[in-house]
Design a protein around this ligand. Structure first.
Ligand code: ADP
Ligand code: ZN
Length: 730
């Protein structure tokens, strides 16, 4: 008997599809891309309908229910997801699930209409008493009227103060339907009409002709910091909309790029174009709303972080990946995909141009542009004043620092403050000190779950593990020698903040790191204060190096530059170069020039000298031979197998057994290890890795499928994951 069969990806950690028969009454309704309910094992499960075909249904269980009236995944998106599942060796059901907003991954739909209060300014003749009330009033008066959710993005727990202001007659309050988009009522910057310079025009022209032609083509926009890349993106998107197609813009992290989002909105919303912003701050409901609007074809521009590469646009005409070198495009857990790479795959599949942009392109992208696979567009000059910042490497061997800052840097800060300009200080380590040390016997304090020292946080007087969140109060006495001399060693941003405050009393200092920006809106508030000149010295981790355009900054200092360089990772030099070049690029963006000071023990290292010269090509040429010699990316491909478990012997025997098999089938692939991961213990688990390396991508793919077929060699109690094209191998 020949009948209709549906192949279903069940939402479970299973690689294969399962076949079910489609009952006659559903036959006309079932479509590829719908969610279904099917019996699975002893229960029922939600699945995704991926294929419909006719065949013998004998012995097949049948689909119980269709959960959608229309497909929620279009054919193009499904093709991308299936490609990704295969390439990254991840179960298809879970891949699809991770591409969907929470409300759609299961069978619940959440479309409740919510109400929330909106506050309007009535009077501000007299000043209210409390500081918080005054701040709130000032904030609301700037906009006239504002919803509670928008206020919450800038104030924590504002409700009581708002109630008080209503009682006092400063504000009126009404209820309105909650628009589940927290950025809605934000004030937009004025859109300035710019005349492109010749480099920008050339870049825009190249992209435009690709947009006109349609079909896949990839570009690498390599533009020095402050060269006006965003304006190129905006023009390219404009052209794309003229062609009646949609644009997808990926950014590393929305919360860190408020300025870019604001510029897109300022350019396109007044003209009536619909924009959706997808970011991790959205609630499930907000994300669901945005996703559905995109799926209904109501949105022309989507801006989002990593997972937005799966946004259900019907006809993308352009995909932009801003700051394409950022490692946050790679998901570090579970489905370990790289959104930058998938953007290229999606462009290829859907036949649309892809534009990657960066001041410090990833080695992979630059290599491809050298090979001619990607067309390179260069912006070699800054828009304003044209001058690049001047960088000075301060040799710590010659003039060591008494505290964290050398005398040269202290003097430079002094002068900056006298000129009433702003400074940035980068120290890529949060907390007060990387560890506490018993100065009598040298004992330091380690995380009980991870092979790592605990970081001392002075403000909350805790030793914290930055990997597993373990925390304990510091001990008064050394557990080894009972000595009483326990002192913080090294410096983090907290300690730097303290030192700067002591050196420059009365100066307005702020700190931007994960500890000070964990609250919603906190980061944006710091950026706003910085823009308005309310901060003199901003201290922070690599967060402060990201894409900001702070016109008032003339001086940048970099502390602890060597810690990145010393990491046991073949990308250490690339990462250092990139971070230093990016942070240096924050200096003197408006006034021209600007000065950057980098404190280091290795002033002769090429990662530093090239960053000092802001010379990407020089760095690329010096670094490439190492990669070639060792067959590391971009000159080869990697896949990392990580085994972890409580019992080291079991972990080891699993890894050994799989290693033996792989070596026997390796062909041109090198099998390295098993060896302990750089973090040999993490969250209580012992970890070993097996690194597969090859210059032949196909051979590597074959070997990965050998792994998948032989997962049974791994003991129960031992976890194994495959990280394809790994970025972070800790
Ligand atoms: P990048 O992203 O390359 O570091 P941005 O796109 O942030 O640089 O541009 C830096 C500044 O230069 C922004 O304030 C932008 O508005 C301005 N700008 C860009 N292009 C032009 C132009 N053609 N004329 C004048 N100003 C411009
Ligand atoms: Zn830990």
């Amino acid at each position: 008997m020949s009948d209709l069969i549906a192949d279903i990806a069940v939402n479970a950690p299973l690689k294969q599809l399962y076949s079910y028969s489609v009952p006659v009454e559903l036959a006309g309704l079932a479509k590829v891309g719908m969610r279904v309910r099917v019996p699975f094992g002893r229960r029922t499960s939600v699945g995704f309908l991926l294929e419909l075909r006719s065949g013998s249904i004998e012995g097949l269980k049948s689909v119980k229910e269709l959960l959608d009236e229309q497909p929620i995944l279009n054919a193009d998106l499904l093709a991308l997801l299936r490609w990704a599942a295969e390439y990254y060796c991840h179960p298809i059901g879970q891949v699809i699930r991770s591409a969907l907003p929470a409300g759609l991954g299961n069978d619940k739909s959440t479309t409740k209409i919510l109400l929330e209060p909106v506050y309007r300014l009535l009077s501000c003749n007299i000043e209210p008493r409390g500081a918080k009330q005054r701040e709130l009033l000032e904030f609301i008066s700037k906009h006239g009227e504002m919803s509670l959710s928008r206020i919450r993005t800038s104030f924590s727990a504002p409700h009581a103060s708002l109630q008080r202001l209503v009682e006092l007659g400063f504000l009126s309050q009404r209820e309105q339907e909650k628009n589940r988009d927290p950025f809605r009522q934000e004030e937009l910057p004025k859109d300035t009409c710019l005349t492109l310079n010749s480099e920008q025009s050339e870049a825009v022209e190249s992209i435009s002709s690709a947009l006109g032609a349609s079909g896949f083509k990839s570009f690498l926009l390599h533009g020095v910091t402050g060269s006006g890349k965003t304006e190129v993106y905006l023009r390219a998107v404009e052209k794309c909309l003229k062609e009646k197609r949609q644009a997808l813009v990926l950014v590393p992290e929305i919360a860190l790029t408020p300025q870019l989002v604001a510029r897109f909105r300022a350019r396109f919303e007044p003209a009536g174009h619909k924009l959706a912003v997808l970011h991790s701050g959205l609630s499930d409901g907000e994300r669901y709303d945005a996703w559905r609007a995109i799926n209904r074809d109501e949105v022309e521009i989507v801006i989002g972080a990593r997972s937005a590469v799966f946004a259900p646009l019907q006809k993308p005409g352009l995909i932009i990946v801003d700051e394409e070198h950022e490692s946050s495009y790679k998901q570090a857990e579970g489905f370990r995909y790289n959104a930058r790479d998938l953007a290229l795959v999606r462009g290829q599949q859907q036949g649309c141009p892809v534009l990657l942009g960066s001041a410090t392109p990833s080695f992979a992208s630059f290599y491809r542009s050298e090979q001619g696979d990607v067309q390179r567009l260069s912006l070699d000059h800054r828009v304003h004043a044209g001058k690049m910042p001047q960088v000075e490497l301060l040799d710590l061997r010659e003039s060591p620092a008494e505290g964290v800052l050398t005398n040269e840097l202290i003097e430079a800060l002094q002068q900056t403050l006298e000129r009433r300009e702003q400074a940035l200080l980068l120290l890529n380590r949060r907390g007060f000190a990387p560890f506490l040390l018993c100065t009598d016997c040298g004992t330091s304090f380690h995380c009980p779950n991870c092979e790592i020292t605990l970081t001392f946080h002075q403000r909350d007087r805790l030793l914290r593990c930055h990997y597993c969140d373990y925390a304990e109060p510091p001990k008064e006495e050394c557990p080894e020698c009972c000595g009483q001399n326990i002192a913080p060693e090294g410096a983090g941003t907290e300690r730097l903040e303290e030192e700067v405050a002591e050196l420059f009393p009365g100066v307005r200092i702020a700190r931007m790191d994960r500890d000070t920006t964990s609250r919603k809106g906190a980061h944006q508030k710091l950026v706003e204060k910085m823009m308005q000149g309310q901060i003199d010295i901003l201290i922070g981790t690599q967060m402060i190096a990201k894409g900001h355009d702070f016109p008032g900054v003339s001086t940048v200092g970099v502390l602890g530059a060597d810690s990145l360089l010393n990491l046991p990772d073949f990308r250490a030099a690339e990462r250092s170069f990139s971070l230093l070049t990016q942070v240096a690029g924050r200096a003197g963006r408006l006034s021209g020039g600007g000065k950057v000071y980098i404190q280091t023990y290795y002033p002769e290292h090429y990662a530093l000298t090239c960053a000092a010269d802001q010379d990407y090509l020089d760095f690329y040429q010096q670094e490439l031979p190492f990669r070639q010699e060792l067959g590391y990316p971009p000159c080869g491909y990697l896949a990392n197998l990580v085994f972890s478990g409580n019992n080291l012997a079991q972990v080891k025997s699993s890894a050994d057994s799989l290693a033996d098999l792989l070596v026997s089938r390796a062909g041109s692939v090198e099998v390295l290890g098993p060896s302990p991961c750089p973090l040999a213990r993490l969250r209580g688990k012992n970890r070993l890795q097996l690194l597969l390396k090859s210059t032949d991508r196909k051979a590597l793919r074959c070997l990965r499928s050998v792994v998948e077929r032989n997962k049974n060699r791994v003991n129960t109690g031992v976890g194994l994951y495959i990280d394809v094209d790994p970025i972070d191998m800790f």
